[in-house]
Write a protein that binds this ligand. Sequence first.
Ligand code: PLP
Length: 396
Amino acid sequence: MIFTDMLLAPADPILGLNDAFNADPRQDKVNLGVGIYKTDAGLTPVLSSVKKAEALLLAEEKTKNYLGIEGVKAYNAAVQALLFGPSHKVIQDKRVVTAQAPGGTGSLRIAAEFLVRQTKTRHVWVSNPTWANHQNIFETAGLICKEYRYYDAASHDLDFDAMLDDLSKANAGDLVLLHACCHNPSGIDLNLSQWQQVASLCLDKGLVPFLDFAYQGFGAGIEEDAAGLRVLADTVPELIVANSFSKNFGLYNERIGAVTLVAQDEDTAVRSFSQIKKTIRATYSNPPAHGGLIVSTILANPELRQEWESELTQMRERIAKMRLLFVERLKQAGVTQDFSFISRQTGMFSFSGLNKEQVMRLREEFGIYIVGSGRISVAGMTTNNMDKICQAIAQV
Ligand code: PLP
């Protein structure tokens, strides 16, 4: 017997919260846990541009034959154009390679497996705090996580000096995990001058940026959100990106993302890509087609692309509006503590500053679900549930 002494794994801090939410019978419960975009009606519908692309694909599909190990080639080229801009030098110089992968998570994992097995690098520096799954993914693959300071709880802002100070202790070849935009969980990003300083530090010390790009278009815009990544690509010889289209195309359950590597020259890129493909072959052989075909269809079709961009703008602007409304309604509910920092942050998440006990009271007494750390998903707020949320916060 080999399963008798199996230990029960703890529930995932974010997806486990979803299970608890689903089991709650209260009609007026509110989920501010997992990062899923909701419309003001509280729904997560399929984007209209996606529905149209799917109709085209259904009409034109001729085979369910396997894709190549690296996925849909047109998709991979479209990803590069979206990340770097279509005429970036790394693309012209053929220093960049991309493989489709299952979501941001699958992309991070393939990147980590490749890095552990095919390079000498072992340490990855992650921000404190970071997305709850980063350490899990990296350590499962065999990387060792180290933390750099990032969020200053007292000022609700970035502690950039501390970040640079910690990263200056990293060794050549160490990886630096950076959230390209919409930092999860803090909602605080680097400005352009700070990106330039991080890029210079990476160049001087031989550190390799490892970008997690899960929210392109949710911060300031598609191009604006890639500015930090592009500064890095302009500066350092090597970097790696794991991106996801779960949020910005609403393709959560299609599991669509990509792993992209920039090498010092074309020959190194080709050799590195062969090893990334070997890693994929040993993991899931080749990716599912549907998500990659949806994204590449939309990005290649001017009308669909324009529609997607405007749908993405609507999502971004609705979240920004909810941030302002949240701050305003908290004040009206009698909360004297200053929450104005929430309106200065971007993306789906912010740290509310609520402690574990307050988070538990919100859940038990009011049916409002927030991650234990106090991270709230602003994307789950609507004009309908806002008063309930703010009054409950005022009470706890
Ligand atoms: N990276 C960050 C920072 C995220 O917040 C998420 C999802 O919440 C992911 C990666 C994973 O994205 P996916 O759902 O595409 O695996």
